[in-house]
Design a protein around this ligand. Structure first.
Ligand code: FES
Length: 313
């Protein structure tokens, strides 16, 4: 199981409609693990819930992590607890940062499309590109007052961010905001599913890997028709178990004594990433790139096309 990091809440302040910004630090003021723009952390709440949030502060600031929590109307105790029960000075545990939504290092122009609180991963990306003299444009679609307005203000003033209040004007066409594909152009989107669907449509003819998205909510996955019964083997202990098609791999790993973290339990956060050594895994996640799938799988959604599946656990 991955190490959890003990934190203290330095600040907890409102920062937009239904949004609470949390600034978290080591209890003794030590530097925190470094992170890349686009990274997120899992917050482990005392009620047992785990919630993932993008880091939205300054990656060059080693002593504080900032996240922005939107109070979900149908909260099951995650965002509601973070809004109503958590106070400045309280202790909180988190995972180390994981980056499943990185800046494309080879790109020369970046176009960010954000919906509401989906702007969070783009703030540290923008800061990093500003410092490096990178070329980017952020479009934020929001209804009413924008989230994290203070952090956005300098980007707007510099002409790098454009705010589109869809309560005040019709929603602009995403294809026009994104612009055409081109050599070295990378497009990104984060926000609600309807925005991501529109983004996927607008970038359907872009080269693979040049348009990337970050999901808030895991998709509903039907059973995979190629899944077959298989034998799961943990290589480090040699323990194995026969499983039916489509079995819950995380539960099976844990039943064999293996350690695997989970957060979203839907293939979008990467917490349950495991190396595999042998077999025919079926990948159903939205985290790994094709090259990464040659060595790793996302256990909470992976299945197996039969035979033996040997994990490096
Ligand atoms: S728990 Fe999030 S991808 Fe598996």
């Amino acid at each position: 199981m991955a190490r959890r990091i003990a934190l203290r809440v330095l600040r907890a302040v409102p920062d937009g409609p239904g949004i609470r910004r949390l600034v978290l630090a080591d209890p003794d003021g030590w530097p925190l693990p470094r992170w890349r723009p686009g990274a997120h952390i899992d917050l482990h709440l005392p009620n047992g819930l785990v919630r993932a949030y993008s880091l939205c502060g300054d990656p060059a600031e080693p002593r504080a992590w900032t996240v922005a929590v939107k109070r979900e109307a149908d909260s099951r105790g995650g965002s509601a607890w973070l809004h109503e029960a958590l106070a400045e000075g309280d202790a909180l545990e988190a995972s180390a940062p994981r980056c499943t939504f990185p800046l494309a290092a080879e790109a020369v122009r970046h176009v960010f499309i954000a919906g509401g609180i989906g702007v969070t991963p783009f703030l540290p990306m923008a800061l990093t590109l500003l410092r490096a003299g990178g070329d980017f444009r952020l479009h934020l679609l929001h209804r009413g007052p924008p989230p994290l307005a203070d952090a956005l203000a300098p980007l707007v003033a510099a002409g790098r961010a454009v705010l589109h209040d869809t309560e005040a004007a019709p929603r602009p066409a995403l294809a026009e905001l994104i612009g055409p594909p081109g050599q070295g152009v990378q497009a990104y989107a984060c926000g609600p599913e309807n925005l991501l669907d529109g983004f996927a449509e607008a970038t359907a003819d872009w080269l693979e890997g040049t348009a990337q998205v970050e999901h808030f909510h895991p998709p509903i996955l039907p059973p995979d028709p190629d899944a077959r019964p298989f034998t799961l083997v943990l290589a480090r202990t040699g323990d194995e178990v026969a499983l039916p098609a489509g079995a819950d791999l995380v539960a099976a790993i844990r039943a064999l004594g293996g350690a695997v973290d989970t957060s979203c339990e839907g293939g979008i956060c990467g917490a349950c990433r495991v190396r595999w050594l042998e077999g025919a895994p079926i990948h159903r996640d939205r985290v790994l790139r094709p090259a990464e799938r040659a060595t790793d799988l996302i256990a909470c959604v992976a299945a197996c096309a039969g035979g033996r599946l040997v994990l490096d656990l």
